[in-house]
Write a protein that binds this ligand. Structure first.
Ligand SMILES: Nc1ncnc2c1ncn2[C@@H]1O[C@H](COP(=O)(O)OP(=O)(O)OP(=O)(O)O)[C@@H](O)[C@H]1O
Length: 224
């Protein structure tokens, strides 16, 4: 059975005597984008690192189709966009695509992409912050992993490119389950099928946008 359900369950994370994450449960299915919102320092990045498997914690259960999986990234089940850029600066975009994507077909598809094609002869350090972020997200979306965690894909990019980033994410959601977090909450709302708010160490499903005001994530009056 193809992997189609990712569950992160019973996640607890403490920093000193602070309970940052208290018994978190969240689920993401192939074909949906789940938007994770939360105030600065609420633990969103920490949660993504724990799910990806690069941050250890005292308690967690990551399951794919119900089967426990200690480090999903080693089995090519999850890919992850960290907040900081992760690409080597000295390589040309063309080389990077060939190195990063195992499938020739995906390499060619990305090289022909309208917003990537003009960048092919540039080295990574010649790209603007927004171009770099777009390239990173495009590379990860072209991998065959069924799940993708995106930490601040809209950060530092101009309004027009944000629209293109949204389109890029939506163009791939049929074959992926995508968990995305960002402070550009309107873009997260637009791109997501479901919203979750991480607050007080707990994931709360958001059914109505007004709840974002009730939990004081956005100022009163924005949605009401
Ligand atoms: N290695 C660490 N040592 C001590 N405190 C840490 C460490 N990593 C994270 N924290 C603290 O954990 C809390 C959650 O951090 P995290 O980066 O996960 O939050 P976030 O919701 O992603 O925040 P932001 O929206 O500002 O990126 C913060 O208070 C942060 O200071």
């Amino acid at each position: 059975m193809a992997p189609d359900t990712l569950e992160a369950d019973s996640i607890i994370y403490r920093i000193g005597d602070r309970n940052l994450l208290k018994n978190i449960y969240l689920k993401c299915q192939v074909g949906e984008v789940v938007g994770l919102l939360g105030r600065n320092g609420s633990g969103k990045s920490t949660l993504l690192k724990i799910i990806f498997g690069t941050l250890e914690t005292e308690n967690k259960s990551i399951r794919i189709n119900g089967k426990r999986c200690q480090r999903p990234f080693t089995q090519h089940l999850i890919s992850y966009l960290p907040q900081e850029s992760f690409l080597p600066r000295s390589l040309k975009v063309r080389q990077l695509i060939s190195l990063f994507l195992p499938s020739r077909e995906k390499q060619e598809a990305l090289k022909e992409h309208a917003r990537i094609q003009p960048l092919l002869s540039k080295t990574v350090h010649q790209l603007s912050g927004g171009q770099l972020r777009y390239l990173e997200v495009a590379l990860l979306l072209h991998l065959d992993t069924p799940f993708l965690l995106l930490d601040e894909p809209f950060s530092g990019i101009e309004p027009l490119l944000k629209e293109h980033m949204q389109e890029l994410i939506l163009a791939h959601k049929e074959t992926k389950g995508i968990l995305v977090t960002d402070h550009n909450y309107r873009h997260i709302i637009d791109v997501s099928d479901r919203l979750i708010l991480l607050t007080e160490g707990t994931c709360r499903p958001i059914h109505h946008l007004q709840e974002l005001e009730d939990w004081e994530y956005v100022p009163a009056g924005i949605f009401s």
